[in-house]
Design a binder for this molecule. Structure first.
Ligand code: HEM
Length: 229
C-alpha cells in the first residue's frame, strides 16, 4: 500500500502515469481514426460500424469504453497538473525534459493539451450529445431497425465550414501535442538513449503526422471538397 502511495507521490511515478495514460489515449485515437475511415468506404459500412459499437455486449461496451476513457483523461491531466505545480514550487524543481530539447512544441504542451480538451468537449456535444444548436440532432437520422444514420450526420456536420475549420485547427494541435508527447514518452519509459533518440524522433513525427493527416482528411474532403454533396 505504501509502495503504491510512494509511487504516485514521486515525480517519476506521476511521469509514468502521464506516459502510460498518454499512450493508451493515443491507441484510442488510432482505433477511432480506423473506424472514421469507414466514412470513405460508404454509408452502410460506417453506419454498421456505429451500430455495432453501440450494441456490442448489449450496449455495455460503449459505456465501459466511455468510463475507461474518462478515467484515462482525468489521470493524464491530474498527473500533469501536479507535476507542473511541483515544478513551479519546489526548491529543486523536477525537470520535465532533461534530454529532450525544449522546443516550441514542448513549450506549447500545456496550451495544446488544454485546446484538445476543449475540442473533445465540443466534439462530444456535436456528435454524441447532438446539441440542437450544432445542427446534428435531426430526427430524420433515425433509421428503421434501430439504425442511426451517423454517416449522414457527419457529412452534414462538416458542411458547415466553421465547424470544419474548428476540427482542422484542433487535429493540428492534437498532432503537435502527440509529436512532443511521443518523444517524452519514449524517454520516460527508458527506451530512448543517445544512440536511438534520432529514430524515436522520426517515429514521433510519423505517428503524429498519421493522426493529423488521417483526421484532417475528413473535414477537408467531406467539408471543403464536398465529396458527398
Ligand atoms: C474529423 C475527425 C473526427 C470525426 C469525423 C469523428 C467522429 C465521431 C463520431 C461520429 C462520434 C460519435 C460516435 C457515436 O456515438 O456513435 C465520435 C465520438 C467521439 N470522438 Fe470522434 N471524431 C473525430 C475526431 C476525434 C478526435 C481527434 C478525438 C480525440 C482527440 C475524438 C474523440 C472522440 C470521443 C472521446 C468520442 C465520444 C465517444 C462516445 O462517448 O460516444 N474524435 N467521433
Amino acid at each position: 500500500m505504501s509502495t503504491c502511495f510512494n509511487f504516485f507521490t514521486s515525480s517519476i511515478g506521476r511521469k509514468i502515469v502521464v506516459a502510460v495514460t498518454g499512450l493508451l489515449l493515443f491507441l484510442f485515437c488510432l482505433v477511432h481514426l480506423g473506424g472514421n475511415m469507414l466514412i470513405f468506404v460508404g454509408q452502410e459500412a460506417f453506419n454498421d460500424y456505429a451500430y455495432k459499437l453501440h450494441h456490442m455486449l448489449h450496449g455495455a461496451l460503449i459505456w465501459i469504453a466511455r468510463v475507461g476513457l474518462l478515467g484515462l483523461a482525468a489521470a493524464h491531466v491530474l498527473a500533469t497538473v501536479s507535476l507542473v505545480i511541483q515544478n513551479k514550487t519546489a526548491r529543486e524543481p523536477y525537470h520535465f525534459q532533461k534530454t529532450v530539447r525544449a522546443t516550441l512544441t514542448s513549450k506549447l504542451m500545456p496550451l495544446s493539451g488544454l485546446m484538445v480538451l476543449f475540442f473533445i468537449i465540443f466534439h462530444i456535444l456535436h456528435f454524441t450529445v447532438r446539441l440542437d444548436a450544432l445542427g446534428t440532432n435531426d430526427p430524420s437520422y433515425q433509421l428503421d431497425g434501430g439504425y442511426f444514420d451517423a454517416w449522414q450526420m457527419v457529412v452534414d456536420g462538416f458542411a458547415n465550414h466553421w465547424v470544419s475549420i474548428i476540427y482542422l485547427i484542433s487535429v493540428f494541435l492534437l498532432g503537435l501535442h502527440l509529436k512532443h508527447g511521443f518523444a517524452s514518452l519514449f524517454q520516460t519509459l527508458g527506451l530512448s538513449s543517445n544512440k536511438t533518440r534520432k529514430h524515436f524522433e522520426v517515429a514521433s513525427i510519423l505517428l503524429s503526422l498519421l493522426i493529423f493527416v488521417g483526421f484532417a482528411s475528413i473535414p477537408v474532403l467531406v467539408g471543403f471538397v464536398g465529396l458527398y454533396r
